[in-house]
Design a protein around this ligand. Structure first.
Ligand SMILES: Nc1ncnc2c1ncn2[C@@H]1O[C@H](COP(=O)(O)OP(=O)(O)OP(=O)(O)O)[C@@H](O)[C@H]1O
Ligand SMILES: [Mg+2]
Length: 262
């Protein structure tokens, strides 16, 4: 496997030591220390899915992967928290309903620990091979859930993203938007079905910790997502997820077709 190391050089060096590129005046402090990530990421495409619990992310990731593969595109499907063996163990700690007393800061730190490994082990190597990476949740989730839901604010999330994730930015983020009550109820129904072992997708795992949050929490999460979309319209595409899975898939295909020039 190709060995990829993120570049964490600071702009105080006028040249990035790893890429040898000049830190141009227009390049921000953050970009200058992450130029290697950008070079690597330029080869494939990184598409993330965001939205509330039950908004349909996993359903739509699967549909898009199937559609792209049918067109001969090489696709990697992955998810957060998780995506690596260390990350999946962290996922269990984070999402299991038996996990209690975790401070919001600990929760954020664990999310980023899993993410840093995920980027290193899965995302960057796949992008370097020119593949399309479809990732179910990424840093916008941390900004929405820990930043807004847990009230830690966006600033620490974005700062940790710069330090621990080399500020890696998706080429496209699909934000599935639906009303809080509808999304959360769908997630609860799905979890109940899984608990009862009636679902084909029953993983046997408990991932219900966030299910216990109240409506105000999910309201803050949704508002934060909408604020991210307004802040970064070039990256984040808001998709109305109130239709059938097929209708939502058609909207997503249109966006992806444009982005990938299919
Ligand atoms: N457009 C839709 N209309 C009705 N039901 C849907 C739709 N999309 C997905 N569902 C169903 O809603 C439930 C939640 O969908 P899914 O698991 O894809 O959401 P998610 O965003 O991945 O949730 P989580 O964040 O909890 O993983 C599933 O049972 C799924 O089959
Ligand atoms: Mg899901």
């Amino acid at each position: 496997m190709m060995k990829i190391k993120p570049c964490f050089e600071y702009i105080s060096h006028s040249l990035c030591a790893r890429s040898g590129r000049a830190a141009a005046a227009s390049v921000s402090f953050r970009c200058a220390r992450t130029c290697y990530h950008r070079d690597v990421a330029a080869r494939g495409k990184f598409i993330t899915f965001e939205g509330l619990d039950g908004s349909g992310k996993s359903t739509q990731v699967e549909k898009l992967a199937r559609a792209l593969r049918a067109r001969g595109v090489s696709v990697v499907v992955t998810r957060e928290p998780g995506g690596t063996s260390a990350g999946e163990r962290i996922r269990e700690v984070l999402l299991h309903s038996a996990t209690s007393g975790l401070s919001p800061l600990t929760e954020m730190a664990l999310m980023f620990a899993a993410r840093a490994q995920h980027i290193h082990e899965v995302i960057l190597p796949a992008l370097a091979e020119g593949r399309i990476v479809l990732c179910d949740r990424f840093t916008d989730s941390t900004e929405a859930y820990q930043g807004a839901g847990r009230k830690l604010g966006s600033k620490p999330v974005l700062e940790l993203h710069a330090v621990l994730c080399g500020n890696l930015q998706p080429d496209l983020t699909i934000l599935l938007d639906n009303d809080v009550a509808v999304s959360v109820e769908r997630a609860r129904r799905r979890n109940r079905t899984r608990r009862n072992g009636r679902s084909e997708k029953n993983t046997g795992k408990d991932e219900n910790r966030f299910e216990q949050e109240n409506r105000a929490f999910f309201g803050r999460v949704r508002q934060a997502y909408l604020a991210i979309a307004a802040r970064e319209p070039g990256r984040v595409q808001l998709v109305n997820a109130r239709g059938t899975p097929r209708e939502t898939h058609a909207l997503i295909m249109e966006l992806v077709r444009k982005k990938l020039k299919l």
